[in-house]
Ligand binder design. Structure first.
Ligand code: MN
Length: 260
């Protein structure tokens, strides 16, 4: 009640001052201009404060529920907005005193771990790997599954024994990752494919290789929906792949333009 009376009092005074004009109104205009100026100049500072480093969390290229029912929306949201965001934040924190490292693209950075100062090497390995792996991971999902086609299907036939045999061996490899890790398919410049499981956030990018696709074997990727049933998650995951995106990555690998 007291607050309401105070507000009315301020309003009444304001109306009175507007009718009267004079110095009081001028000061209000000056105050308003000052406030507007502060807002205009405050906005970029706020944006700069949020972007604390050279590496940025890429937007998820589809809605959180795009992979339902195989991957639930809450898992996607937590995975992208919190887990991946934390890898980016930790990576930025690690390189903040090394501007020469911060100019490198994520794949170039983690391909040179041996040259990274020892004090930040493990953070760059884990968080740089995490950033690269998840950036790839979001790109290849959001689809409707189905089968690969064209030159990629032929390469799967040639190098991985055909699509059905490939899925079976990929799932076995994923189920066999002890603890947390990934199972990847690498692609050479010549287009040759190979299975490549890794622990933690390690990636074939660290060995100078290229990744065609990969699935996240960390429990945070599936635990809300699948709990301990990792094989069920592995089986369901094929239903959300976007083979047109993966085929584009395959072409980029052979053109030498594939990044993470
Ligand atoms: Mn993950």
């Amino acid at each position: 009640m007291l607050l309401a009376i105070q507000l009315l009092s301020v309003l009444a005074h304001s109306i009175f001052a507007t009718i009267q004009g004079g110095p009081d109104m001028l000061s209000r205009r000056a105050l308003f201009r000052a406030a507007a100026t502060t807002m205009v100049f405050a906005a970029p500072r706020l944006a700069a404060a949020q972007a604390v480093g050279p590496y940025a969390l890429p937007a998820l290229p589809y809605a959180f529920d795009a992979n339902e029912p195989h991957i639930d929306a809450m898992t996607m949201q937590i995975h992208h907005d919190r887990h991946h965001a934390a890898y980016v934040a930790n990576l930025n924190g690690a390189v903040k005193d090394y501007p020469q490292l911060a100019t490198l693209a994520p794949d170039a950075l983690i391909a040179r771990l041996a040259e990274i100062p020892e004090t930040i090497r493990s953070v760059v390995r884990n968080s740089g790997g995490g950033h690269a792996n998840h950036t790839m991971f979001w790109q290849i999902m959001g689809g409707k599954g189905g089968n690969p086609s064209g030159t990629l299907a032929a390469a799967i036939e040639r190098d991985l024994g055909g699509f059905e045999a490939f899925k079976a061996s990929f799932n076995r490899s994923g189920a066999g990752v002890f603890g947390s890790g990934w199972v990847f398919v690498t692609v050479s410049r010549e287009g040759k494919l190979a299975l490549a499981p890794r622990s933690n956030q390690d990636t074939p990018l660290m060995d100078g290789g290229r990744v065609l696709l990969g699935n996240d074997m960390w429990e945070h990727a599936y635990y809300l929906k699948y709990q301990n049933r990792r094989p069920d998650y592995l089986t369901a995951w094929w239903n959300v792949l976007d083979w047109s995106k993966i085929a584009a990555r395959y072409d980029q690998a052979m053109a030498g333009t594939l990044g993470v």
